[in-house]
Design a protein around this ligand. Structure first.
Ligand SMILES: Nc1ncnc2c1ncn2[C@@H]1O[C@H](COP(=O)(O)OP(=O)(O)OP(=O)(O)O)[C@@H](O)[C@H]1O
Length: 649
């Protein structure tokens, strides 16, 4: 993908061509060039994220999004927001890319609340030092809130016993907040409890907000302040909504208050693997609602650019079994045959499973030469529990590659300040040139300091070189203590300018998030560095370990969304792994997500005995049925020689 470093003049829409890809399918190109609200529905690997990056390129290069207007992209996960931001930054000149804002819903809501806190009606205004509750309230907490607040209002159990806690929480506590709470305060007992509970959460003594509450405050803020609303609308001429099928009521409501019936043009992209019906052209749920309310033009994509034709055929078969009218997906570049494979193995127990899969993973890396980062192990839930035997089996086979739970590190490594720091550490400690990291650092520094005259650029380059040199000198003798590593991080951050970094990344301006991110990074570095004797401390190794260059990621299905790998192993296609399957459609979609992450190979496993207990597959039988019809039989793992190059009977 060509990096465009120079300022280019505006191009005419008819002269614009997709950047970095051979082409786009017709429906995708229509969505990229659309002048109306639109909803793009497409299967896995169809290039939805790519389409948004291309649309940003189109709108900014042609001036259809004219300076000083901006594009707002909202995603669900931090790494998805980062991925989109990077794709746009990679292909556009800086002066254009800087008008592309890529946020998660949570971060966007929070920065609105924090920046415009004083415009929140006083009765709902949180103190500045509120903490975040990362978990939404569950049944038990809701129940105790109701009990506590009802008692405080002088109502006994007979008065509140009929209130269903979780329904109260979802439908009433998280309802739209009225500008004036007196209506609620004078309303039903449920409403009075809502007001009392909010007051307690907002109280200066121990203010604490969940992301659901922050979303509600952001919506209220925009609704209650016409000037803010109009500023938001005139700032963002175009709005992108990623993974739209997953939008919650609260998020939908915030978008509606902010942009419905405005001049801002909305592009929502949704994924049929979450909502199979849409593939047939029958929009469903929130997708349907959006199409109706925003008079959005639908664009249905059918290409898959990710997977080999054999996997696309299986994905298409599964879709058709679920929805007979589903469009058959085709390979994006017209390939008819490839090396894709999908296999299901049954093992006597998790130990046999671990040995076989460890063998497969080792071969994939050591013989096929696939990078550990291009291989992934997925579990439905409880990653460390499900992958425990596999970790042991891998350790017994090779010291070079391990499997690693990605859940905690994924978010930390997506942080912009962490990217700066790891790039700086990498350039300072690597024995070879690191042009990509160096260029990224230069670019970041140019965003945090002003001016582009030769003198300013020279001064910037000299500052960067000095910072890196200092770091290169200090790191080898760095104390193996939090203070030692932490102070090196601080030195780099200071060179880039703490305020400037915060100015460019809104979430760092709030609370102690910036400090905590640096602390978390120091802890992770220290874990890998501090336990070795001084002479054998090797920063290159520490960094590659932290960035996971030598480890195979293990993650939940949820974390795997939006990602792709050469080989995917799904451990435990079993009833217990899928919980109580109270939502079979949702679990079917989860299965679909896991299946569609693979470019070349996807393996599913079933262990008859796991954690010393017999496993069943009655509830997940539908998934096995889909696979059988798609031509994927269940194989007896004990009869397969996994140690041979080609797994034979
Ligand atoms: N027009 C295109 N030509 C060639 N390759 C493409 C094109 N569009 C996307 N790709 C590639 O196909 C893969 C899938 O693209 P992308 O991640 O954008 O798909 P997606 O629809 O967002 O996927 P999913 O929702 O399944 O995670 C990526 O490797 C991407 O680089």
């Amino acid at each position: 993908m060509g990096r465009c470093a120079t300022k280019k003049s505006r191009i005419e829409p008819q002269d614009w061509r997709p950047v970095g890809v051979a082409g786009l399918e017709e429906a995708a190109e229509a969505a990229v060039r659309s002048e109306k609200n639109s909803i793009v529905v497409a299967g896995p690997g169809s290039g939805k994220t790519e389409l948004l990056a291309q649309r940003a390129d189109y709108l900014l290069r042609t001036g259809i999004c004219p300076d000083p207007k901006r594009i707002l992209a909202i995603s669900f996960k931090r790494d998805a927001a980062k991925n989109l931001r990077e794709r746009v930054a990679d292909r556009l000149p800086e002066n254009l890319a800087e008008r592309f804002d890529s946020w998660t819903y949570a971060a966007f809501d929070k920065q609105i609340v924090d920046r415009f806190r004083l415009a929140i009606p006083e009765c709902w205004r949180p103190p500045t030092d509120y903490s975040i509750d990362f978990y939404e309230i569950g049944d038990r907490t809701a129940s105790s809130i109701i009990q506590r607040e009802a008692s405080a209002l002088g109502v006994g159990p007979a008065g509140y016993s009929q209130i269903k806690p979780i329904a109260w929480f979802r439908e009433q506590f998280l309802q739209r907040l009225p500008v004036d709470p007196s209506d609620l305060a004078a309303g039903s007992l449920e409403d009075r409890i809502v007001v009392a509970a909010w007051r307690r959460y907002l109280s200066p003594k121990r203010p604490i907000l969940s992301f659901g509450m922050i979303s509600r405050l952001a919506e209220l803020l925009v609704r209650a302040n016409p000037q803010l609303l109009s500023a938001l609308r005139s700032t963002y001429s175009h709005v992108f909504l990623d993974e739209f099928q997953d939008t919650t009521d609260l998020q939908y409501d915030f978008v509606r208050t902010s942009f419905h019936e405005s001049k801002s043009i909305l592009t929502a992209v949704g994924d049929t693997k979450q909502c199979i019906m849409t593939w047939a052209g029958a929009l469903a749920g929130v997708t349907r609602q959006f199409a109706d309310e925003y008079r959005a033009e639908p664009h249905l994509l059918r290409c898959n650019f990710r997977s080999e034709p054999e996997l696309i055929a299986i994905i298409g078969s599964l879709a058709k079994q679920i929805e007979p009218y589903a469009v058959t997906p085709i390979h994006g570049l017209g390939k008819q045959h490839g090396e894709g494979e999908c296999r299901v193995f049954e093992f006597a127990d998790d130990e046999a499973e671990a040995n076989a899969i460890a063998e497969v993973l080792t071969q994939t890396i050591e013989i096929d030469g696939i990078s550990p980062r291009d291989v992934c192990v997925i579990c439905r839930q409880q990653v460390s529990k499900y992958s425990d035997s596999l970790s042991t089996a891998m350790r017994a086979r090779t010291a070079a590659v391990q499997v690693r739970d990605e859940s905690q590190l994924q978010d930390l490594l997506s942080e912009p300040v962490v990217t700066i720091l790891l790039d700086a550490f990498q350039v300072a400690t690597s024995r070879t040139a690191q042009p990509v990291a160096w260029e990224r650092l230069q670019k970041t520094l140019s965003q945090t300091t002003y001016g582009n005259t030769d003198k300013v650029v020279m001064r910037r380059n000299s500052l960067l070189s000095t910072t890196i040199e200092k770091l290169a000198v200090s790191l080898p003798g760095c104390e193996a203590t939090g203070r030692g590593v932490g102070s090196q991080l601080l030195e780099v951050v200071k060179a880039f300018g703490v305020d400037a970094i915060k100015l460019n990344h809104e979430p760092y301006r709030q609370g102690d998030f910036f400090k905590k991110t640096l602390q978390d990074l120091a802890t992770e570095l220290l874990k890998r560095y501090g336990d070795k004797p001084t002479q054998s401390r090797d920063w290159t190794h520490v960094l590659s370990d932290l960035m996971g260059e030598t480890s195979i990621p293990i993650m939940t299905i949820h974390k795997s969304k939006g990602l792709e790998y050469h080989t995917v192993v799904f451990l435990g296609l079993e009833d217990a792994a899928f919980g109580n399957l109270s939502d079979p459609d949702g679990e079917g979609n989860n299965f679909f997500v896991a299946m569609s992450r693979a470019k070349k190979r996807v393996l599913f496993t079933f262990a008859k005995n796991r954690f010393g207990r017999t496993q069943k597959r009655d509830k997940v039988e539908a998934f096995y049925g889909w696979l059988r019809v798609a031509g994927v039989p269940i194989e007896d793992g004990s009869k397969v020689k996994f140690s041979s190059r080609i797994w034979t009977y």
